[in-house]
Design a protein around this ligand. Sequence first.
Ligand code: GDP
Length: 441
Amino acid sequence: MSNACVVGLQWGDEGKGKVIDILTDEYDVIVRYQGGGNAGHTVVVSGEKFVLHLIPSGILHPEKKCVIGNGVALDPALFLEEVEELRKKDVSIKDNLFVSDRAHLVFPYHKLLDALSESDKGQDRIGTTGRGIGPCYADKMARIGIRVIELYHLEHLKRQIRRNVEEKNRLLQGLYDTAPLSWEEIYEEYVAYAKRLEPYVCDTVEYVNEAIKGSKRVLFEGAQGSLLDVDFGTYPFITSSNATACGAAPGAGVSPKQIHKIYGVMKAYTTRVGSGPFPTEAGGVLEEHLRLRGGEFGATTGRPRRCGWFDVVAVRHAATVNGVDETILTKLDVLDDQETLKICVGYKYNGKVHERFPPDLALLPQCEPVYEERPGWRQDTSCCTSIHKLPGEAVNYVRRLEELLGLKVTMVSVGPDRRQFIRIRSTIQKKPQRRRITIHE
Ligand code: GDP
C-alpha cells in the first residue's frame, strides 16, 4: 500500500500533466485536490495533444479512476465542456470519473469579480487567469460558497443563489459601476448543470478512503506550483489554494498519514506566468529564446510565460515545504542549444548572500541572483531513452542539481511526448548535509 502526491516545485507549468500520465500506470485512483479551471495540464500521446483544466491527467488511462476532490473549485460549464472534448477524442468516460459533492461551485459572478478586481488593481494586478477561482475560494472561506451537493436541493439552491447574487450586485453596481446580474438566470443555468453533472457526483471522501482501505493505490495530483501556494508562495502573487502537498489531505478528505511519497516536478529552467517576483528572470534575447523553444505560453490563457535560469534557492524552499522524496526534471531538451548554463545558488541582498527564500515581498525584487556556470552540451537530447545516451554535460547538470538540492532526480523528461523520458538511478543515496556556498566576490 503506497499512495503518492505529485506537486510542482516552481511557479507552475512544470510539466506535471505528462509526469502524472506516466506515473498513473502505478496507481489505481488519481485525485485532483485543489485549484480549478485556472490550471492547464498538457499531455501528448502519439502526437495528439490533450489539455486538461479540471479533469485529472489520469483520465487518458481508461482502466483508472479519476476524482475531482472537495478542494477543487468546480466550474460546471468548463467541466462538462472538457468531458465533451475528451469524448470527441475517443477518451472513454464511463464510471471512471467522480466529482465531489463537497466541491465549491464557480459562478458567473466569481468570474466577473475576478476580472473587475484585476483591472481595478492596475499595476498591482496579480495576473490571475480570470477563471473566478480566487473569488470562489474567498466565498468558501467567508462561508457563503455554494457546493455541488446544493444543486440537488432546489429551494435551498435558489435561496443561496439569490442571496449571493444580490450581495454581489451591490458590489458590481456600487464599487465597479457595472450592470447587475440576474439571479433567476443564474439559477436556471445551474439547475440545467445539475442534471448533466449528476452521473459524476458522489461522496468522493468516502470513495477515496474506501479505495485506500481496499489497498488501491492513490495518486494525488497538485495543480499550479508550490511558489504559487497561498501560504508558502510569493504572496499575494499566488493562487488561492494550497498547491503544495499540504493541500492534498484537506482537498481530498484523507488523513495526511495516507500520503506516503511526494514527487516534486521541476523544469530544467524556471518560468512564471503573471505578475510577481521572479529573481532569475532572464529578460532579453535569452528569455525570448527559452520561451519559443519551450513553448512557454499558458495552456489556459495563451499568455507568454516569463523565463529564466534554474533557481536552487526557490526550489529548495518548495521542496522543504512539501517534504519531497524524489524529483522529476522536465524540459531538459529545451536547454540543448545553450553554450553555458547558469544555476542560481544564492540571493544577494543587503550586501550579503543568502540561501533562504525570503517571504518579504519588499525584499524579493531586490534579490540579485548569484549564479554558478556550467558548460552546455549542444546536442539533441530529445531522443535519449537512457542516462547513458545523455551527453556527459547534461548528466553533470542533473547531478549538480541533485547535489545542490540534496534531492534525488529519478526521472528526466526530454520532450512533450509520453515516451520521451528517462528513468535514472540517483547518485544520491541519502540527503547530504547542506553545504554552505562560498561566493567569491
Ligand atoms: P503542468 O501545468 O505542470 O502540467 O504543465 P503543462 O501542461 O503546462 O506543461 C508544460 C508544457 O511542456 C506542455 O506543453 C507539455 O506538453 C510540455 N512538456 C512537458 N514535458 C516536456 C519536456 O520534457 N520537454 C518539452 N520540450 N516539453 C515538455
